[in-house]
Design a protein around this ligand. Structure first.
Ligand code: IVH
Length: 706
């Protein structure tokens, strides 16, 4: 797509523009630059500008377009976010039918396919195949005319699809302009699959959870559904990427078919690559000289599918030579020159052998199913979390049941359902324990379940297990983040009697550690420096690391901001906690209880004497808010595209004026500042009726004391 000289030039020009600003006459050059950076980011996933730098250039583009509306080009990146809605997805015919693929499931099936291809093409020697991932998302067809993207449609019934052009335009991995004309092509149709990377999917769901929206079941549904949003911006927000896997139509200015001018499928892909489309990269696709190579490559991918950031449910094998493709043709339903090799299912049936009950760091009891080991998409599954008692009841599980298990978008397996109809009568009911499941003989402490909670808890641990879990959490990435200090170290050091509570973590004898089998001086030194570093953690981390029930990261931060020293909390009352916005009575009660126990105070004092920081660090102190600050005690949220300031600047100004920035519209929100093209947040705030809604100007006036 770009030569390295061009890339260097673009990079230089970007730096220059960022430093000196962009003159209006550089409009075309700016479009080229932004298109290049979109490609780097979304097609090559290798950005060279920070988001902020990209925004600076993008805003320069908007400035130029605002003052010269007549010059706005259809391939300008600003045209991705149009205000066009998709009213009711018009049905449009595809230029050629979008067929499906035949399936194969094992080596034998692939050998059969190869034999069939040879027979139909009357070729005796080895056939060359192109092998690439079968992306599991929603398929779409893009039509380009005179180099511009003019139409996008979903697969629909294969003959007709739904027109979703504004949505496709909003996806930056789809080029708005592609230089087909350089290759004698006037009108072209390319096909591909819209998918959401698994990592993006997790973030999208996290955000939805935070906003109180329903979670997506898996990346495939979220991607396929995402293509059909009414508001293109919502399609874009799902983080969809589009992989192109076929050039399905190409004619020149006179309407003559020029598709056959390309020699092979792999040359087609190379052409699409050079035009800026996102295609499977060199690791993902292969031109195989014979079917045995196809089998080897497909199996390798099957083994590593879980290390991949996209959901793929198989590989697609295509005869590479287009003239052979043409010769052997199609059935009604699929091409005879291609086949899907489907990976082993991610669902399987197995038997529920037993249920174990594990104790967590705050005493929550988690039931874990032990199942007849089963291979599921390359991994042997033998344990599956059952979450809590309600889950067992809902799924109607009995020991001995046949069950359906699945590994979906996430790698964590789960039980989809049981099959009560297959019961023999031998199955046993699952009894949730009433006392500590570790120490069966000790009936002194009964499990409790608080109102509104799903988990049973052991309120006073006598078996000592909770303590170990607390230490494991304390050193983990989520808490004190002691690099290299994992669960196995905790268990080992505990066994040796070196650590019995979290304070012992800071009193280890590194000479003794160096002597341990499998350790040595280097590991001991590394551990020491990681622990020394953790001692200096800000107190919000320390608070979170104490395993106080319900005290999460966010609440720890909010509380930490209000104190000078962790032990100050031993004098805090419930009101003092609940006066902090977002801290409720449950957290308050639990923290108060923790600090009312003498042993806990002694533990913290011991940690301090061993060098752990318990005091508020100067740089972590919150900004002092004056009593007359205009937004004191207000919460604020910015939505839509801001014209007068960058979002970060706006947030900083708001915080300086005493407000707290939050990320979702709820009854806790006081002010919503709306920029251009505000969407669902504005609507929700209007519906709530309790939120003060204002424009950017009104906001600026307010904070400047107007
Ligand atoms: S080629 C005429 N290549 O799988 C052959 N399809 O089951 C056209 N798919 O509708 C299909 N990845 O949505 C092809 N690398 C790939 C693919 C792929 C995913 C989807 C596509 C198609 C379905 C067929």
């Amino acid at each position: 797509m770009y030569s390295s000289a061009q890339e260097k030039q673009f990079s230089k020009r970007s730096t220059n523009f960022l430093k000196n600003g962009v003159p209006a006459e550089e409009y075309s050059s700016l479009i080229e630059l932004l298109t290049y950076h979109e490609w780097k980011y979304y097609v090559r996933t290798n950005p060279i500008l920070s988001d902020k730098e990209y925004d600076t250039l993008y805003n320069a583009l908007l400035e130029i377009e605002k003052s010269n509306p007549l010059i706005v080009r259809p391939d300008s990146p600003s045209q991705r976010v149009s205000s066009d809605l998709n009213p009711d997805f018009e049905s449009v015919p595809h230029l050629t039918p979008m067929l499906s693929l035949g399936n194969s499931y094992n080596e034998e099936d692939l050998l059969d396919f190869d034999r069939q291809v040879k027979k139909l093409s009357a070729i005796e020697g080895a056939i060359e195949y192109n092998v690439e991932p079968k992306f599991d998302g929603g398929s779409l067809a893009l039509v380009y005319e005179n180099d511009l993207l003019i139409r996008a449609a979903t697969r629909g019934n294969g003959q007709q699809g739904e027109e979703i052009t504004p949505n496709a335009k909003a996806l930056p991995s789809i080029p708005l302009k592609a230089a087909f004309s350089k290759h004698g092509i006037y009108k072209a149709e390319v096909r591909g699959e819209a998918i959401i990377p698994i990592s993006t999917f997790k973030n999208v769901n996290k955000k939805r959870e935070k906003n109180g929206q329903k979670l997506f079941a898996n990346p495939r549904n979220a991607a396929a559904g995402g293509l059909r949003m009414k508001i293109p911006q919502e399609t874009r927000e799902r983080g969809i990427l589009v992989f192109i896997f076929q050039l399905s139509y190409a004619v020149d200015k006179n309407g003559n078919d020029v598709l056959g001018d390309l020699r092979s499928h792999s040359t087609q892909l190379d052409l699409l690559d050079s035009l800026g489309f996102k295609i499977p990269n060199n690791k993902e696709r292969k031109v195989a000289n014979k079917i045995e190579e196809v089998i080897k490559f497909s199996k390798t991918w099957e083994e590593k599918r879980d290390t991949y950031d996209y959901e793929i449910d198989g590989m697609v094998i295509k005869v590479n030579d287009l003239s052979i493709q043409q010769k052997i043709g199609y059935t009604q339903h699929h091409p005879r020159w291609a086949i899907a090799y489907k990976f082993k299912a991610k669902q399987a049936t197995t038997s529920l052998l037993d249920v174990e009950f594990q104790v967590g760091k705050v005493g929550s009891i988690t039931p874990v199913a032990k199942v007849e080991p089963k291979q599921l998409a390359g991994v042997t599954i033998s344990s599956i979390s059952l979450h809590n008692e309600d889950f067992i009841l809902q799924k109607d599980l009995r020991i001995g049941d046949k069950i359906l298990i699945e590994r979906a978008g996430d790698v964590i397996p789960y039980i989809v359902k049981s099959f009560p109809e297959l019961r023999t009568g031998e199955e046993k009911e699952i009894f949730f324990p009433s006392h500590c499941p570790v120490n069966h003989t000790d009936k002194s402490v009964e499990l409790v379940k608080s109102e509104g909670e799903a988990a049973w808890r052991c309120p006073h641990c006598v078996c000592g297990l909770q303590n170990i879990q607390k230490i494991i959490f304390h050193v983990s990435k989520d808490a004190m983040d002691i690099d290299g200090f994992g669960k196995s170290y905790v268990e080992k050091f505990h066994q040796l009697g070196w650590i019995n509570d979290v304070s012992d973590v800071y009193n280890l004898n590194y000479n003794e550690i160096a002597e341990l089998e499998g350790f040595g001086k280097k590991s001991a030194d590394n551990l020491k420096s990681a622990i020394e570093k953790a001692k200096q953690n800000p107190i919000q981390k320390l608070l979170h690391s104490l395993s106080i029930h319900h005290l999460g990261k966010k609440a720890s931060k909010l509380i930490a901001q209000e104190i000078n020293h962790v032990l100050d909390l031993s004098n805090w009352t419930e009101e003092m906690f609940t006066e902090i916005k977002d801290i409720g009575p449950v957290v308050a009660k639990n923290v108060i209880e923790y600090f009312s126990i003498d042993d806990n105070i002694l533990l913290l004092q011991r940690m301090e004497s061993l060098g752990v920081n318990l005091a508020q660090l100067e740089e972590d102190k919150p900004i002092e808010v004056a009593d007359d600050a205009p937004l004191k005690e207000k919460t604020i949220l910015f939505t839509g595209t801001l014209q007068k300031m960058k979002r970060n600047e706006a947030k900083e100004m708001a915080e300086f004026a005493g407000a707290k920035c939050i990320s979702a519209v709820s009854s806790k929100l006081s002010i919503l500042v709306v920029g251009e093209k505000a969407g669902s947040k504005l609507k929700k705030a209007q519906e709530l009726g309790t939120v003060q809604i204002m424009t950017e100007d009104e906001f600026l006036e307010l904070i400047n004391g107007g």
